[in-house]
Design a protein around this ligand. Structure first.
Ligand code: SAH
Length: 351
């Protein structure tokens, strides 16, 4: 719908959600824009073009990152020749046909699946469902990612079937891992697979036995024999290894969001600090820690502050080797903090 300010000055065209806390989401700053099939084709075409080149290193990446791609509440992930979409507002739902049509024109996929089983949709008065929108989509899709292969589960896996947002970070750890490696919060082992390219031995740790079964399958798929799979609570595991004075040369921490809401930020921060502090203590001299947070409410400065505090309490001197934000296929609009959520750092234990 067309939006104007109090003095009737046109502001643009926005998606409208009558039942949501977020009533309007800006689609076009031109108030005369006509939001038709051609508009969607153009807008989605621009987002797809923004990813050109990424397919050289991977066959799975995000094609549309919501408002970061100027398409609020729309997510489209590409898995090889299939697409998984999430339509996360009532306003967007009214353009479902145009969106599917534009994706077919721009990407020519074999199938399009809607993973509309996200809690956010309830706030929009929308149903919670997984629905095939076009063609067919298999249960499992082999993802090729910087020389590693793993299976994504588009119908049932977390998010749209895999954690694509850590792809470039996994490539980074694949380049620098060494010695004894530990991947905490491993899920299907995607970081562990990259660690295993260079490390002597990799422990993939997760609280979910099911996730670890998948991790083990993924190791076999890559003919890797240097993996070990441990079902445990990461906090307890790290504490126990510290007591035993075990040391690791490379550690990855990619936990779930500990601070899902603003009110959970304080307790979330305590969790992040504890797990990072414990990992720092376990590093051998010269050891590397790759650590990430996907909590939107934990800002970049707060993340860094938390790492500084963890380093101080760990009794180790930690060097910041690289600070990272969102990957190439998850663009972030400056001034629109909601479009960014991933922060990460590569740290080295100096001595
Ligand atoms: N690193 C993964 C994504 C991790 S998702 C990737 O790149 O694909 C977070 C994982 O943490 C989930 O698999 C979940 O089962 C696990 N998890 C949550 N709480 C945990 C805990 N306390 N200890 C160990 N694993 C936990």
């Amino acid at each position: 719908m067309r939006v104007t300010d109090q003095r009737s000055k046109p502001l643009g065209v926005a998606l409208w959600s009558p039942h949501s806390e977020i009533s309007l989401r800006l689609l076009d700053a031109n108030a005369d824009a006509v939001i038709d099939a051609e508009w969607w084709n153009h807008a989605i075409g621009r987002a797809v073009a923004r990813r050109s080149g990424l397919e050289q290193d991977a066959n799975a990446f995000r094609l549309v990152h919501g408002e970061g791609d100027l398409l609020p509440s729309l997510v489209v992930d590409r898995y090889d020749e299939w697409l998984v979409v999430q339509l996360m507002s009532a306003g967007l739902e009214t353009f479902r046909v145009e969106i599917v049509e534009a994706l077919r024109t721009q990407v020519k996929p074999t199938g399009i699946l809607a993973r509309n089983d996200v809690p956010l949709r309830a706030k929009e008065g929308l149903g919670n469902e997984v629905e095939l929108l076009f063609g067919s989509v298999p249960d499992e899709i082999e993802v090729r990612e910087h020389g590693v292969r793993y299976l994504a589960a588009p119908w049932r896996g977390q998010k749209t079937g895999a954690f694509l947002d850590q792809r470039e970070n996994r490539a980074l750890v694949g380049k620098i891992a060494h010695g004894q490696a530990l991947d905490c919060f491993s899920y299907h082992g995607s970081f562990a697979l990259h660690l295993a390219q260079r490390a002597d031995h990799v422990i993939a740790l997760d609280a979910s036995a099911h996730a670890l079964t998948r991790a083990e399958e993924n190791f076999r798929r890559n003919n890797l024999t240097n993996g070990e799979f441990v079902e445990a609570n990461a906090f307890e595991y790290l504490k126990a290894r510290e007591r035993e004075r075990v040391r690791f040369d490379t550690i990855v921490l990619d936990p779930p969001a500990f601070a899902k809401t603003r009110s959970a930020l304080e307790s979330g921060l305590r969790g992040y600090k504890e797990v990072n502090l414990r990992a720092m203590r376990l590093l051998a001299p010269g050891g590397l820690l790759f650590t990430a947070s996907c909590s939107f409410h934990l800002s970049k400065p707060l993340f860094l502050e938390m790492l500084e505090a963890a380093a101080a309490d760990s009794g180790r001197r930690m060097m910041l080797r690289e600070f990272r934000g969102q990957p190439l296929d998850h663009p972030e609009l400056l001034g629109v903090p909601e479009t960014g959520y991933i922060k990460s750092a590569l740290l080295e234990a100096v001595d």
